[in-house]
Design a protein around this ligand. Sequence first.
Ligand code: ADP
Ligand code: ASP
Ligand code: MG
Length: 296
Amino acid sequence: MKVMKFGGTSVGSVESLLNLKDIVNDEQRPVIVVVSAMGGFTNQLLAMCEQAQQRDISCLDTLELARKRHHDAIDGVVIEPMREQVHATIDRFIDESLKPYYLALATNPHMPVDEIERVCDAIVAHGEILSSAIVTGMFDDGVPHLSLNYMRTVPDGAGRVLDGEETERLVRRDFADLTDGVHVVQGFISRDKETGDVTNLGRGGSDYTAAILASLLDAESLEIWTDVDGFMTADPRTHPDATVIPQMTYAQAQEMCDAGAKVIYPPTIAPVAMKHIPVWVKNTFNPAAPGTVIVD
Ligand code: ADP
Ligand code: ASP
Ligand code: MG
């Protein structure tokens, strides 16, 4: 069984979602598909949090644009029998969850700082919740999962870290009988082990979700589908002469990620390296390109 992770640009448009569909349909079942929020939406959700705290409710206009973007994607990619249900899911999360959260931020000037943080964490999780509803609805054998049911964090200084033990127990429970199908999981999002509050694994954390699942479920490989042809000698945005590295070791990849190669979130490497699971970095927009494989 493979774990395939698709990043923000890979789920960010009808064109890329249709590529994702072709790529996943070439795979044997069961397969686990981990998705990010639609490209740019996480940043938007956070920017709207800032606006709401300034009591600027024009953030609700941006929310309407985001609603339209998700509905347009549904019309372009979701299979007919699922379409109405997925449209309704998107509206429900926007109207009954996101809007009340933003209004609470905008109308409570005395909200304590930890409460603001809690609300913003709950808000930002919606990126992956909405995109995963769309991706599940693209496959007639799509199976929805909720990573909030099993990814667990604990406080660590000012931030948070994964609670490996509790996550392992819950993942084993949730994935005990993996039926054939496309199992769609939200990257990035989690819950606090003690409080149950919605948390996350840090920006870029969907790669990490995918690696944790690949490791705990002994996947045959982890595939990171993104918007470049592989792990490159440098960021091609700033170094147009960068070239794809066909093969790397976990240690080499870790070193480059730690040095800022944003193509993979740094904590991703350890869980898969521990189990000797190969990691492929591939381009959703050019699936024929060989990509990069990261191995021992
Ligand atoms: P995704 O949304 O798919 O997770 P990211 O934006 O997080 O994608 O990562 C892909 C981007 O990483 C590429 O578009 C590229 O600009 C950047 N990048 C930085 N360093 C590298 C590198 N060494 N190799 C490839 N891409 C890199
Ligand atoms: N959506 C989250 C982010 O933008 C997680 C991810 O894409 O990996 O940081
Ligand atoms: Mg990323």
